[in-house]
Design a binder for this molecule. Structure first.
Ligand SMILES: [Zn+2]
Length: 253
């Protein structure tokens, strides 16, 4: 099993990060920690170096937290990706968020920044992990133009079934589902209709825990896998095998 997207570099884990990683190691094959800012990218790189063969890093620039970023910050993000291109397993999380960002100018800036990372992924032939909210259809229209990007991942997919079908048709695009499937009817309905061949599992820790006040952690991805098996009415080991193989293929690990 894999947690393909989490943020255990956050300070929420400062007091017990080692124990959190140990609990994950007991149950999971791998954990992918996604950077979201220039500082975070270096932190996730260090985490991967401290846990070789278990934690893998992706370098990103989060669409919401970087909405007021400067040209210099963006340039540095690009430079660091290029510098560490052999160490990272994908570019992300990057993307567009129309839920939190409603201002038209800021949305245009988001798209420009997102496109700059798509171009980078296209140039270096690396997968891209995307944070997309309330603009999934638009995002599919954009990414279809990048033919040299090997794989696309919609992290925490929450779009429509219609767009999910388009994503499945791309054949190199995947939708990742978190522990949210345990309690969100919308995500449960999507899981029912989306082929396992296009599904990944994640926690987005520390977010999306079973209750609002709880802190999520990577080992909880087991709960997501169990729920997916229940919804699809197949055994847990099959869900585990298919989704883990999907992740291995995408991230080449
Ligand atoms: Zn995230």
């Amino acid at each position: 099993m894999m947690d393909t997207h989490c943020h255990i570099d956050f300070e929420d884990f400062d007091n017990d990060r080692d124990e959190v990683i140990k609990r994950a190691k007991d149950k999971l094959d791998n954990v992918i920690v996604s950077g979201y800012s220039n500082d975070s990218n270096l932190d996730v790189l260090q985490l991967s170096k401290d846990n070789p063969g278990f934690i893998y890093p992706t370098f990103g620039f989060h669409p919401v937290s970087s909405q007021n970023s400067t040209e210099e910050e963006l340039k540095l993000a690009h430079e660091n990706i290029i510098k560490h291109i052999d160490e990272i397993v994908a570019i992300g999380e990057v993307g567009m968020d129309y839920f939190y960002v409603t201002d038209k100018t800021l949305r245009e800036k988001q798209q420009e920044i997102f496109t700059s990372f798509l171009e980078l992924a296209n140039e270096y032939n690396v997968p891209i992990v995307m944070h997309v909210r309330d603009c999934e259809k638009k995002t599919v229209n954009i990414i279809e133009n990048y033919e040299e990007i090997p794989y696309f991942v919609f992290h925490c997919y929450g779009g429509s079934l219609k767009t999910a079908k388009r994503i499945m048709n791309m054949d190199n695009a995947y939708m990742s589902f978190s522990t949210m499937v345990c309690y969100s009817k919308k995500h449960q309905d999507l899981i029912e209709k989306i082929d396992l061949d296009y599904i990944l599992t994640e926690t987005d820790s520390p977010y999306l825990a079973m209750t609002k006040d709880e802190r999520n952690e990577p080992v909880n991805v087991v709960k997501a896998v169990e729920k997916i098996a229940e919804i699809k009415n197949i055994d847990i080991s099959s869900v585990d095998e298919i989704t883990t193989n999907n992740a291995r293929r995408i991230f080449n690990i």
